[in-house]
Design a protein around this ligand. Structure first.
Ligand SMILES: Nc1ncnc2c1ncn2[C@@H]1O[C@H](COP(=O)(O)OP(=O)(O)OP(=O)(O)O)[C@@H](O)[C@H]1O
Ligand SMILES: [Mg+2]
Length: 371
């Protein structure tokens, strides 16, 4: 569409000033060249005053500098995650959440600057919070009656309340294992809502890698024997300690091994390996199981995503394990990814930093002040 042919009295200003988003145009120095009315109103500054000032300083959103640098380097639209590209801004005692979009601007095929756009996602954030709180309360409320049921089932199974028929025992076994499943699900939901509410901190302490691996693998040894799957740990001697929250790190590793166990048949092998590369330790869990199709490999780290397909047994989970694992690993400043070939097997790898001294990290989606 040719914008110079807009019907009178509409022109480009009309469009720019009637957008719902605050928009800035910056040059290569990241200095403001132009802004729309919404931007003037929201950031409470006139275009005259704003011109020639660095956008990051003007808005007090320091991370804009890194985000702009990224766009200028890549010369493509900003591609970071939602967490990285969103920001909390306080104004008149009110909190706003913005999603930041940045697009490079070219002039005669050369990078000239960028358009920075702030979309108000406050309402969306509030909904998320309501959902998180709800999940947290409900899972908590489920816990108490479930514990009573589990104890009751145990007492019945052990014959403390009299003899059972063989059929009765079978039914009880089934109830018992379903209770375990529910228990695990509740655990995961509670962990997830703690992470999402951004209220928990990861206390990164010097953690012995051997202890960590043994603690994660121990509960799964019996299962691997019953299932006829070999479980190998491969750790070089004298690894430095990692900076990690012990229980959370164990949780991540145990979940990956648990997954591997689910998708590996009799005769298969699961190898837990740790290697050091520079200031990071690489933990990998390799299995010889069913593998994950390429098209699903990005998605499995999202909440409630499970891959279905031939040869996949009913797994009993709900698809939260990897989403939580990713949050925990990222909170430690690490990364997690998957390599997999269908029919050959899967390797999940995550990194933790080598312990360097006193430090504690906040979760990535913990609330951030704008600047
Ligand atoms: N080692 C593996 N081999 C094959 N597929 C896997 C493996 N690990 C994960 N997957 C696939 O990724 C999906 C997501 O895993 P995730 O751990 O998040 O959920 P889950 O194990 O199904 O349930 P939950 O962890 O909540 O009990 C799984 O449902 C499965 O389809
Ligand atoms: Mg899982």
């Amino acid at each position: 569409m040719d914008l110079s042919k807009l019907p009178e009295p509409v022109n480009l200003d009309t469009i720019a000033n009637n957008l719902a988003d605050a928009v800035f145009l910056v040059d290569r120095e990241m200095e403001v060249v132009w802004m729309n009315k919404i931007a003037e109103e929201f950031f409470h500054i006139s275009m005259q005053k704003a011109k020639g000032n660095k956008l990051a300083e003007l808005t007090a959103i320091t991370k804009l500098e890194d985000l702009l640098n990224e766009v200028f380097e890549q010369q493509t639209a900003l591609k970071t995650s939602y967490e990285e590209a969103s920001v909390k801004v306080k104004r008149h005692d009110q909190r706003y959440f913005f999603k930041i979009a940045i697009n490079p601007v070219f002039h005669e095929e050369k990078l000239w600057g960028a358009l920075v756009q702030f979309t108000d996602v406050t309402r969306f954030h509030e909904m998320e919070k309501i959902k998180t709180d709800f999940v947290s309360i409900v899972s908590h409320e489920f816990r108490t009656p479930l514990t009573t049921i589990i104890v009751g089932v145990e007492m019945l199974k052990e014959g403390m309340l009299g003899d059972l028929t063989p059929r009765g025992k079978e039914v009880l076994e089934a109830i018992g294992s379903d209770c375990e499943r529910l228990n695990r699900l509740i655990d995961n939901l509670m962990e997830l809502s703690r992470i999402e509410s951004g209220t928990i901190y990861v206390e990164a302490e010097p953690t012995d890698v051997n202890d960590l691996v043994q603690e994660a693998v121990r509960p799964l040894r019996i299962q691997s024997e019953q299932q006829g799957v070999e479980l190998i740990t491969d750790l070089p001697p004298e690894l430095p300690p990692v900076a990690a929250d012990f229980n959370k790190a164990v949780w991540v590793l145990a979940n990956l091994v648990g997954n591997a166990m689910r998708y590996t048949d009799k005769g298969g092998t699961i190898t837990v390996q740790v290697r050091q590369r520079g200031k990071r330790l690489f933990f990998s869990v390799q299995d010889t199981g069913s593998g994950i199709p390429k098209e699903h490999q990005d998605k499995i780290f999202r909440k409630y995503v499970q891959v279905s397909g031939p040869g996949r047994k009913g797994t009993g989970g709900v698809g939260l394990g990897l989403a939580i694992a990713k949050d925990i690993v990222m909170a430690h400043g690490g990364e997690i990814w998957v390599d997999s070939e269908v029919g050959e097997g899967t390797t999940f790898t995550f990194t933790f930093p080598v312990y360097q001294g006193n430090e504690s990290v906040t979760l990535p989606n913990a609330e951030q002040e704008g600047g």
